[in-house]
Write a protein that binds this ligand. Sequence first.
Ligand SMILES: [Zn+2]
Length: 82
Amino acid sequence: MTAPFLSLAQIRNRLTLTARTILRQHRPGRDGRCPVCRLPHCPAATTAQHFLATIRRTSDGVEVQQRGTATGPLARNRNEPW
Ligand SMILES: [Zn+2]
């Protein structure tokens, strides 16, 4: 499957899953720093949080989140607020 044939919803779903992956990988450690970037306020995690907040504010965002939770291993973790 190639990108030009994806619907807008599919592209948005992929971006959402990517943002969640970024948040998992860039979650601050015990010292409050990102384990990847080694920064206290990771710009990648901040951008991913802003993207997910924007998606939630849109009416179609609800549909995207519901699809995201139905994917099994990528289902939302209760410890992750996003
Ligand atoms: Zn980071």
